[in-house]
Ligand binder design. Structure first.
Ligand SMILES: [Zn+2]
Length: 314
């Protein structure tokens, strides 16, 4: 069984689950069941969109996009986050309306049974996918399965809550369940939008990755070799790092290039796929860019060597 088979099966199961959950909402008129169905719809839409975007993001760099297409992921998370937020706001509006104008909900046992069936389908598919993920060692399938499992817990909470409404006679409980689910969906939306913004703003690598990077550079640091201006950014699955490598000016270019190569090799071995840019400089000289950033003005060409003297003809 291939990874794609699992993802397709999960999409198909999700459609069945959504139809059942909408049915549970239709027969009862419960806001709780509506919010549960909305959450499933949002999850499926997000999963389908992610599958589509992953294809674009995986495309190799081309002439138009020499750094690759990995930032496509941020469109995905940004759009997903906004859609999810809209779904949550719709539920909140419906729940607010129901809180101010309480209405009894009907056919609760039937609705709960339909919703329980949908939840059982979700649980079965999630466990089946978890086993597949372990066999294929696929984090994509595992993430999808874990998402389904989280969905199962939400549904169990909603079913119990809605079942309590006719038992207790608390009509407010149903919209309150809807509000709790909606708030949960909103936090998901917020983290998706944040991921998108972080990526578009060229956020640095995580603190753990940065510490790891410095540990690798420490292996090369000596009285002769100094690193500065280390900058990182993350674009989807791709990581970029650029830095200065300062070495004594009397070293031959070959010796300096060998050192630069060794550093690049160590970094790429530790972080496969990382794009490494190392600028070679002498111990005494900084780039004009760094001088400008430090002093806010160009320092002129004081370090530029004079052109070699022309031999005077006799
Ligand atoms: Zn420097």
């Amino acid at each position: 069984m291939q990874a794609r088979t699992y993802l397709r099966a999960s999409l198909l199961a999700a459609v069945v689950v959504i139809v059942l959950k909408l049915l549970a909402w239709k027969v009862t008129g419960s806001v709780g069941f509506l919010s549960d169905a909305m959450e499933s719809i949002v999850n499926v839409a997000a999963a389908a969109f992610a599958l589509f975007i992953v294809r674009i993001a995986e495309a190799p760099p081309d002439a138009d996009h020499p750094f690759g297409h990995t930032k496509a992921e941020y469109f995905s998370s940004g759009v997903e986050g906004l859609l999810i937020a809209v779904a949550a706001l719709l539920i909140l509006a419906e729940a607010g309306q129901r809180l101010t104008h309480p209405e009894p909900i009907g056919a609760v046992p039937l609705g709960a049974a339909i919703s329980a069936l949908a939840t059982a389908v979700n649980l079965g598919v999630a466990l089946w996918m978890l086993r597949g993920a372990r066999r294929l060692r696929s984090i994509v399938i595992e993430a999808d399965a874990r998402h389904l499992l989280a969905d199962v817990w939400t549904s169990v909470g909603v079913i119990i809550g809605v079942l309590l409404v006719p038992v207790t006679g608390w009509l407010w409980l149903d919209p309150v369940i809807g509000i709790v689910v909606a708030l949960h969906i909103l936090t998901e939306a917020f983290s998706l939008v944040k991921r998108s913004v972080d990526g578009l703003m060229d956020k640095a690598m995580s603190a753990a990755d940065l510490a790891d990077l410095q540990a690798i550079l420490d292996r090369f640091r000596s009285s002769d070799m100094r690193f500065d201006h280390v900058r990182t950014r993350v674009a989807g699955t791709r990581r970029f790092v650029s830095m200065h490598l300062h070495m004594p000016g009397h070293w031959t270019l070959q010796r300096a290039a060998n050192c630069r190569y060794a550093v690049e090799k160590a970094l790429i071995e530790a972080h496969p796929g990382m794009i490494v840019t190392i600028e070679m400089l002498t111990s005494a000289q900084e780039t004009l860019q760094e001088q400008n950033e430090r002093q806010g003005a160009a320092q002129g060409e004081q370090n530029c060597p004079p052109p070699p003297a022309q031999p005077t003809p006799h």
